[in-house]
Write a protein that binds this ligand. Structure first.
Ligand SMILES: Nc1ncnc2c1ncn2[C@@H]1O[C@H](COP(=O)(O)OP(=O)(O)O)[C@@H](O)[C@H]1O
Ligand SMILES: [Mg+2]
Length: 235
């Protein structure tokens, strides 16, 4: 089972004006595969926190332990290998390469290990089937709808079977139907792969689909129980 531990994470951005203290001591323990939502006002540090969890940015102090390894102590080279192999990212914007087909885009993370193997190709084809894009495998991203592009990005995030799936506003550019589909697929893929899913979202509905909800406010993370039942109209 994968695990994630955050210990006293702080982040202060040094700027030309006064320093910006964004995270002021974040503790979190996710002992096994689970789904979490992070919500909070714009500018509260959600992306900063997600990027620190995923090793795209480093905390000012504190430790991030992913699958038993302290990523805050890794060299840039070890960290980039670790990220590639263990962490799948999904952003608000799909970040697909326009000149590559959908299938090629899904295989891109596997290229760090050389040519894609037959297993990678089969897994990519399976993932495209799972996200309902088998019939679009040889199309370019520009020929897809927004929801389809985001589903292709989900397949790409899963290609190396990550232990951690990090999604930053994955439904932010989508209408409620397409957004709901993307959130459902994220959860299904998380469960099937026994990964940890962390989704930053503005959508109360998407947040309600995750098993834990954490609010980021004043640089701290507060866990809140579910208190209302929501419909997809509120996406
Ligand atoms: N590279 C940076 N340098 C200085 N300040 C930054 C930088 N990145 C983010 N910030 C500031 O940190 C705060 C949190 O940003 P962010 O994590 O993007 O928030 P959110 O994702 O919750 O909207 C904001 O006030 C933002 O201006
Ligand atoms: Mg953000």
């Amino acid at each position: 089972m994968p695990s994630l531990i955050l210990e006293q994470i702080t982040k202060t951005y040094v700027t030309s004006a006064e320093p910006v203290e964004v995270l002021r001591g974040i503790d979190l323990s996710v002992p096994s595969s689970d789904s979490l939502a992070i919500v909070g006002p714009s500018g509260s540090g959600k992306s900063t926190l997600l990027n620190i969890i995923g090793g795209l940015d480093r905390p000012t102090s504190g430790r991030v332990i992913v699958d038993g390894e302290d990523i805050t102590r890794m060299s840039e080279l070890s960290l980039s290998k670790f990220r590639n192999q263990k962490i799948g990212f999904v952003f608000q914007d799909h970040h697909l390469l326009p000149q590559c087909s959908v299938l090629e885009n899904v295989l891109i993370p596997s290229l760090a290990q050389g040519r894609p193997s037959k297993e990678h190709l089969q897994w990519a084809e399976y993932l495209l089937e799972r996200v309902g894009l088998s019939h679009r495998a040889h199309h370019r991203p520009s020929e897809l709808s927004g929801g389809e592009r985001q589903r292709a990005a989900l397949a790409r995030a899963l290609i190396l079977r990550p232990v951690l799936i990090l999604a930053d506003e994955p439904t932010g550019n989508l209408d409620s139907v397409a957004g709901r589909k993307v959130a459902e697929l994220l959860l299904e893929l998380q469960a099937e792969n026994q990964a940890i899913l962390i989704t930053v979202t503005h959508s109360p509905f998407v947040a309600s689909m995750m098993s834990r909800r954490l609010h980021l406010e004043d640089g701290r993370l507060v866990e809140r129980p579910q208190n209302v039942s929501l419909t997809s109209n509120q996406l």
